[in-house]
Design a binder for this molecule. Structure first.
Ligand code: FES
Length: 622
């Protein structure tokens, strides 16, 4: 018999019927209304699935709880959901749901290149007569100038009624490509005032949906949320292994449901009907697109890393379960390889790096670090397993780009203009809940500059700190769980009233991630026969790239920024590039040509990469 459990999130109480033989995490994940992070997929190693038992029997803390949670939290009722057995009447509280880490302010797609895929035209058909018995479809094709059609059977079934509803005046949706002129839909009367679409970027961590007016080529709105697949695994590999055990369908359903809810949110708040959406372009890394299409991604996870498909694919929205007009089609953008996906292709198009003969570097630092080097003549790419450190996983107080994440940290030094020489900011100015990638980078850069972290990455204990370490920094150098750590935010300023530390192990994670990225850049430069100093421009893509301080990236050596190179944060370049491809046939074709032209370098077999990785392990810059 099921147990009844009460769950509070975002100040709302939910009642769940759960299997008492299972664990609380699985029960919470089954509910589409609740969100809980579980980067390790329930393995009991990440410590992020914390819930607080507020009523009912509070079970004894088990070994995992004791290893990953402080005694103060345990005393307050905190337990790991993946190790918690539900009991009847238990009431638990889970941290607030995943907010939207991107705001409307990130809608910086500007005026999009407008060269539409589909156009709408109003036409009046000649009325049939006994002397003109041309069938309705032929009549529409002739007047619309289309030679072929891609009508759904539903459109065909209603055609006879539609053409007669408004005295033979209809609106036709047509497209033109190298294969001819196609008729896609026929609507009664004049509907030429509405033609919209959505560009979707499925990131491993964040999903963004852009609402686009296809008539003007203008972005109307954007909505983003954390990818709900994260509850089944933080990174691509964990999710692939989940799919090999449970099938791909739970992952496909989760992302399709999430996209549909996001479409409903973004259309609803702009007073637009979902049936006004005719086109969707979807980007994401290769694995995310496999999950979106419901493809088996197992072969991506093991050498020789073979995707089922990398080319652009187009299907009816209804076939994929995406909410839109019945005639709508969805196109997934092309990928380059198993680990350089359509999100990178879209970012390349958004950066316009293909339009200059100067060599540019594009880096998207996420769970994987994707790196692109090239210009108008050539393009070379690789992907490094940078680890999920910059996404907040495997870092003691790490969080993703959520409200309250510390996203910048600075020590102003002697020349500071404020009496608070240590300053930090959090996403949406919420009380600090953890540190995200950009904050981690700033803290590590500060500690390198002040001498608290040495070149080998050692966080020095109090008694080894050089005299030059400023007093404000020195007094934050504590021991945490027996090892040297740096106090980033004191407990009285945090949401949970627990201090937020950077631990020695966290520094090691950052060190490994930055070495992988920097060595990837070295390897590509070597393959291309250029010096890193030949790079004229650096583009930082991804949410992390937009928050990240270029100065901290240089101090830490994350990206070996050459002197004099221009650095530009592109924001959500993948989303912007996807929106560009949705409004422009030319830019969609450019996505295809980027995917075809790019030469992919597989780093797992590269001895040059291994050597560069070792060389880049220390915290010394160019
Ligand atoms: S520790 Fe519970 S999901 Fe990671």
């Amino acid at each position: 018999m099921n147990a009844t459990v009460y769950v509070i999130q975002d100040n709302v109480q939910y009642q769940l019927a759960v299997d008492p033989a299972g664990d609380m995490l699985t029960a919470l994940q089954r509910s589409s209304r609740l969100t809980i992070p579980a980067p390790c997929g329930g393995a009991g190693t990440c410590g992020k699935c914390v819930v607080r038992v507020v009523e009912g029997d509070v079970p004894e803390a088990n070994t995992m709880d004791k290893r990953l949670l402080s005694s103060a939290r345990i005393a307050a009722g905190a337990r790991l959901a993946c190790r918690l057995t539900p009991t009847d009447g238990m009431k638990i509280e889970i941290p607030n749901g995943h907010g939207a880490p991107l705001s409307k302010a990130t809608l910086s797609v500007g005026s999009l290149h407008h060269d539409p895929h589909w156009v709408k035209r109003t036409v009046t058909l000649p009325a049939p007569s006994i002397d003109d018995q041309t069938p309705d479809l032929e009549r529409v094709l002739e007047v619309s100038g289309c030679t072929m059609h891609r009508l759904t059977v539903d459109t065909l079934r209603s055609l006879s009624t539609v053409v007669r509803r408004d005295a033979y005046q209809v609106t036709v949706l047509c497209s033109q490509d190298r294969y001819g002129n196609f008729l896609h839909a026929v609507e009664p009367g004049d509907t030429t005032g509405t033609l919209r679409g959505v560009a979707v970027d499925i990131g491993t961590t964040t999903v963004a949906v852009y609402l686009i007016d296809l008539l003007s080529g203008r972005a109307i709105d954007v909505h983003s949320e954390l990818n709900r697949q994260a509850e089944l695994g933080a990174d691509v590999i964990t999710r692939i292994s989940y799919s090999t055990k449970h099938g791909v369908d739970p992952l496909r359903k989760r992302i399709v449901e999430q996209i549909n809810r996001m479409i409903s949110t973004v259309t609803g708040r702009n007073g637009i009907a979902v049936s006004d959406l005719y086109l969707a372009a979807v980007a994401g890394n290769t694995t995310m697109l496999h999950f979106f299409l419901g493809l088996d991604a197992a072969a991506i996870g093991v050498s020789p890393f073979i995707p089922a498909v990398t080319r652009a694919m187009t299907y009816r929205a209804a076939e994929l379960g995406i909410s839109a007009n019945l005639a709508a089609v969805v196109t997934t953008l092309p990928c380059i390889s198993a680990y350089v996906g359509a999100d990178v292709v879209a970012a390349i198009v958004a950066s316009r790096m293909r339009e200059s003969s100067d060599v540019s570097l594009l880096v998207d630092v996420g769970t994987n670090g994707e790196i692109v080097l090239g210009n108008s003549d050539w393009l070379i790419t690789c992907s490094t397993a940078a680890g999920p450190a910059f996404e907040g996983a495997q870092v003691r107080f790490g969080v993703g780009g959520v409200d309250g994440a510390v996203n910048s940290f600075a020590f102003t030094g002697e020349t500071g203009w404020t009496s608070d020489r240590i300053t930090y900011t959090t996403i949406n100015s919420a009380e600090a809940s953890g540190i995200c990638g950009a904050g981690l980078l700033d803290v590590v850069a500060t500690l390198l500059k002040t001498g608290v972290i040495d070149e080998t990455g050692r966080l020095l204990p109090d008694n080894e700190l050089p005299d030059s370490v400023p007093a404000e920094i020195r007094e934050r150098c504590h021991l945490f769980e027996g090892s040297p750590a740096f106090l980033v935010v004191p407990g009285e300023q945090t949401r949970d009233r627990e201090p937020i530390y950077l631990t020695e192990k966290d520094v090691r994670e950052i060190q490994l991630a930055k070495a992988a990225i920097a060595a990837g850049v070295d390897t590509l430069a070597d393959e291309a026969g250029i010096q890193v100093t030949d790079i004229a421009r650096v583009y930082l893509a991804g949410g992390f790239g937009s928050f990240m301080s270029a100065g901290s990236a240089l101090t830490v050596g994350l990206i070996p920024l050459p002197n004099g190179s221009r650095t530009e944060a592109l924001g959500n370049a993948a989303g912007i590039g996807t929106a560009m491809s949705l409004t422009s046939r030319t830019l969609f074709e450019r996505c295809n040509s980027v995917a075809t032209a790019a030469h992919h370098v597989e780093l797992s077999g590269s001895s040059g990469f291994r050597e560069a990785y070792v060389n880049r392990m220390t915290f010394s810059t160019l």
